[in-house]
Ligand binder design. Sequence first.
Ligand SMILES: N[C@@H](CCC(=O)N[C@@H](CS)C(=O)NCC(=O)O)C(=O)O
Length: 215
Amino acid sequence: MLKVYGMELSVPSNKVRFTANALGLEYEYKSMNLMEGEQKADWFVKINPVGRVPAIDDDGFSLFESNAIIKYLADKNNSAYYPKDLKARAKVEQWIDFTSLHIAAAMTRVLFNRILAPVIGAEVDENSLKTGIEFLAQFLPIVDQQLGKSKYLAGDNMSLADIVLLASVDPAEACQIDLTPYTNLVKWRQDLQAKDFYTKCHKSYADVLAAMSAK
Ligand SMILES: N[C@@H](CCC(=O)N[C@@H](CS)C(=O)NCC(=O)O)C(=O)O
């Protein structure tokens, strides 16, 4: 059976879980204890030599990098979330890359400095935080405008690009990033957050963070 290795606060891990859920796959989820360095254990480094989550083991076939994993799972299951048509797929790839390289990367800067650094005792990098906030202000309007033109990011049908964006903006509230000015994005997000593939993973990112902080 497919095994997914992840961690509940890891955006790329949640991306893989959203995708596996949306595809209706049966899988075993293993939550890795990153604080104790389980991701660097010999057994896990055999699955992902980088020693990071997410990774999968699909009956002996191992794969890391969240975007590679979600594309593999969608293609393996002939899913319309990753269309076969050349131009339709190119649009999905375009929005996956844009979201990953610009929005997710910027949110990661904010997440690290506002949430994780204080927890793990790392120094807050104010420059990186400022850059992350500025990049979000620059790039969120792009996806907001796109979602004003089409129901989903890459067109009229939901695709992997929507899953990547949904996971990328998931920590917004926890990171004190106000999404309310982006009305198309907010509406699109509310719709997807109500779907089973999301609620099977969690109610919200902020909820998971609150539950973990209370421990
Ligand atoms: N580009 C990778 C990012 C993987 C990554 O950075 N994972 C983090 C959690 S979000 C991790 O495992 N960190 C633990 C470590 O570096 O030891 C992906 O999309 O899968």
